[in-house]
Design a protein around this ligand. Structure first.
Ligand code: GSH
Length: 205
């Protein structure tokens, strides 16, 4: 049984919860009172000195950082498909993990922080401009392929998905990015998909 520390409105927590569910792995979810700074208290800082969620505990072993956790789960429990070990294939997947922590964080993740959580230290013009840059790039990329890499989903898709799908929370309209919208729907239709506030699971008959 895994323990996942996070928050229900955190897209970084959500991507781990989503991947655990896609892999059919059970976990106990521990919601932190982030509004009151529980993630900055000494007890939590012992398991993540960065003072951030998510944190995953597997047995006695503690993992921090959403992308790093996805890689761990993929390699340990997901077989070869989700995070391949071939040198070229691995590099192609890691490129999107970096993009998630770079352009996607600087763009739609920050725009959402500004509008939903009132983080007004963020330069919203810059976050909006960066959002459209990465969304146009993703749209062009996905116009030529089904998934970010290869003919199957990998951790690249799972890492990038939440803050792209949550872009409207940051007042970023997605309707002009038709290939991105198609890709979002594909992820929502993966067996085991779970949603979060702002990312609804498809209605099944
Ligand atoms: N690089 C980290 C970033 C995690 C992150 O920014 N988490 C947010 C919630 S989505 C958080 O804990 N923010 C509180 C803070 O940074 O003080 C990851 O990918 O897990």
């Amino acid at each position: 049984m895994f323990k996942l520390y996070g928050h229900e409105l955190s897209g970084n927590t959500y991507k781990v919860r989503l991947f655990l569910s896609l892999l059919h792995l059970d976990s106990e979810f521990i919601q932190l009172d982030m509004m009151n700074g529980e993630h900055k208290q000494p007890e939590f800082l012992k398991i993540n000195p960065f003072g951030q969620v998510p944190v995953l505990i597997d047995g006695e072993t503690v993992f921090q950082d959403a992308q790093a956790i996805l890689v761990y789960l993929a390699r340990k429990y997901g077989g070869e498909d989700w995070f391949p070990t071939d040198a070229e294939a691995m590099s192609r997947v890691v490129r999107w993990l970096s993009t998630t922590a770079g352009e996607i964080r600087q763009g739609p993740e920050n725009a959402r922080l500004y509008y939903v959580f009132g983080t007004h230290s963020i330069n919203i013009e810059r976050a909006t401009q960066k959002s459209h840059f990465i969304l146009q790039l993703l749209n062009d990329h996905l116009s030529q392929r089904t998934w970010l890499e290869f003919e199957r989903p990998t951790v690249a898709d799972i890492a990038a998905f939440p803050y792209v799908a949550l872009a409207p929370d940051g007042h970023i309209e997605l309707s002009q990015y038709s290939h991105v919208l198609r890709w979002i729907e594909q992820i929502k239709n993966l067996p085991g998909f779970v949603g979060m506030p702002g990312i609804e699971a498809p209605v099944t008959a």
